[in-house]
Write a protein that binds this ligand. Structure first.
Ligand code: BGC
Length: 265
């Protein structure tokens, strides 16, 4: 499996799953755009790791770096559009978009504020919608195929009490993927969701520091461990490759069996 000659943008890739995906795509040969909102140091660290992987940039005129970092808040439409156009301006094209950036906020449903609802939905769904739109406009204008991979969640299906806005955003992402599989298929553009379960990343910092909650969760995971970013990244690299050309409109769960585990107490 190779991504040689391909250019990929991974949103939210200064840490966690996004960082793992960038490294995997770079190992497979892709040039990468590393996007961050508030962790430039994480983005730089990711870029250094990409450079350590070696290989030549797909562009003859930038032989030193196969990656670049771009700051953008996915909750801000203007920044989303600039992120896509800057990525294209730097590498001359984009072949792969990984919509990874996502946030969640804990609150009982009856206490969710409009501001928190907007923050979650703007990043997790509106940002994805319009980043994908700008990417597709580029593919249409250049008459090329492309791959879209959304990092969704087991919570596109599974209820998650106290995270209603997050679940709404991931459920929306699931329908966006189904809709676009049909609408973009004739253009040679595929779109799929990868749905992680509990992965050891900064989004789960609170949980990781609460032994009772962590143990309760581990008891619900048949494979008895949290996932690591690379568990998710391998699947993303496959879906981004030509080996997955006939796959579109699907969700692939990476959760150690969490989703289907029901135990009578
Ligand atoms: C959430 C995590 C949660 C996991 C399993 C993910 O989508 O971001 O906070 O631990 O699902 O419930």
């Amino acid at each position: 499996m190779t991504l040689e000659g391909k250019v990929a943008l991974v949103t939210g890739s200064s840490q966690g799953i996004g960082q793992g995906i960038v490294l995997k795509l770079a190992q497979a040969g892709a040039d990468v755009v590393i996007n961050y909102r508030s962790h430039p140091e994480g983005a730089e660290e990711t870029l250094e790791k990409v450079q350590a992987i070696g290989g030549k940039c797909y562009l003859a005129e930038c032989p030193h770096s196969r990656g670049r970092t771009i700051q953008a808040d996915l909750g801000n439409l203007e920044m989303v559009r600039e992120l896509i156009s800057e990525s294209i301006a730097h590498f001359g094209k984009l072949d792969i978009l990984v919509n990874n950036a996502g946030i969640e906020k804990h609150a009982p449903f009856w206490e969710v504020t409009e501001a928190d609802y907007d923050t979650v939905l703007n990043v997790n769904l509106k940002g994805v919608f319009f980043a994908t739109q700008a990417f597709v406009q580029h593919l249409v204008a250049t008459q090329r195929p492309g791959k879209i991979i959304n990092i969704s969640s087991v919570h596109e299906d599974l209820p998650f009490p106290n995270f209603a806005a997050y679940c709404v955003s991931k459920g929306g992402m699931k329908m966006l993927t189904r809709n676009l599989a049909v609408e973009l298929g004739p253009l040679g553009i595929t779109i799929n969701n990868v749905a992680p379960g509990a992965i050891e990343t900064p989004i789960n910092t609170k949980l990781l520091n609460d032994p009772d909650k962590l143990n309760a969760l581990l008891n619900n995971i048949p494979l008895a461990r949290l996932g690591q970013p690379q568990d998710v990244a391998s699947l993303v690299a496959f879906l981004a490759s030509s080996e997955a050309d006939y796959i579109t409109g699907s969700t692939f769960v990476v959760d150690g069996g969490l989703l289907w585990n029901y135990q009578e107490q």
